[in-house]
Design a protein around this ligand. Structure first.
Ligand code: FES
Ligand code: FES
Length: 236
């Protein structure tokens, strides 16, 4: 497909997705499970493979193979393309959101080799040989990831735009605590907190890279508390 046709096709898809989101915004609460997997834009595995290609790259492009949610996908991209744009515009995975595109909001957070990364700040061509997990890859079939379920249980979302990033960051947070990671407010750096005793302040600090315009923070913290095995302290 010629480059101009591909760009036009991407714009048409983006517009359709935007209209779809707008029309369904009022039903966001009812659609929460779908929303947690990437809003109304969620793609099927067939769609997710839409840009796997064996075509030769155009001038200025390079061919890369990425492993995303356990699937290997080959595509031609210019070296300047961010991972976020590759996911959203080229690979049919729009669950990761573009809030600021400048590393300020966390809406684009994905997991790369189990570590949280702002996908707007890293290039797609840098991610070969790595395992990328997006919000679309967290659930096991119809079974939500425990963090996804906890967000629903605790009303950890309102409009849902920040939610995929919040959930990916929360998944990473749990891994980091289990692996003995400290934060900037951990009182004793030689005594990292355990999940069962992770304080509300620690959770807030460790999620401070993910902003929520709806200010659903109480529910988000409560969701993480539930996922750690604690009884959520904040009212849902
Ligand atoms: S879109 Fe990446 S940090 Fe805001
Ligand atoms: S739920 Fe709306 S931005 Fe967070």
């Amino acid at each position: 497909m010629a480059e101009e046709e591909r760009k036009l096709s991407s714009k048409q898809k983006s517009r359709r997705n935007f209209l779809g989101r707008s029309l369904t915004a009022a039903g966001a609460a009812i659609a929460a499970p779908t929303l947690l997997n990437g809003c109304q834009e969620q793609s099927t595995p067939e769609q997710a493979n839409q840009d796997s290609t064996t075509e030769p790259p155009l001038d200025g492009e390079t061919t890369i193979t990425l492993t995303i949610n356990g699937q290997s996908q080959t595509l031609n991209v210019e070296p300047r393309v961010t991972l976020l744009d590759a996911l959203r515009e080229r690979l049919g995975l729009p669950g990761s959101k573009k809030g600021c595109d400048h590393g300020q909001c966390g809406a684009c957070t994905v997991l790369i080799d189990n570590q949280r990364v702002y996908s707007c700040l890293t290039l797609a061509v840098m991610q070969e040989e790595k395992n990328i997990t997006t919000i679309e890859g967290l659930a096991d079939g119809d079974n939500l990831h425990p963090i996804q379920a906890a967000f629903i249980d605790n009303d950890g979302l309102q409009c849902g735009y920040c939610t995929p990033g919040q959930i990916c960051a929360s998944v990473a947070l749990l891994d980091e605590v289990e692996n003995g990671s400290v934060s900037s407010i951990t009182p004793d750096l030689n005594n990292p907190p355990q999940l069962a005793e992770l304080s509300e302040a620690e959770i807030k600090e460790r999620l401070s890279g993910n902003l929520c315009r709806c200010s659903a923070y109480n529910g988000i913290v409560a969701a993480v508390q539930q996922a750690t095995g604690q009884t959520p302290l904040s009212p849902a």
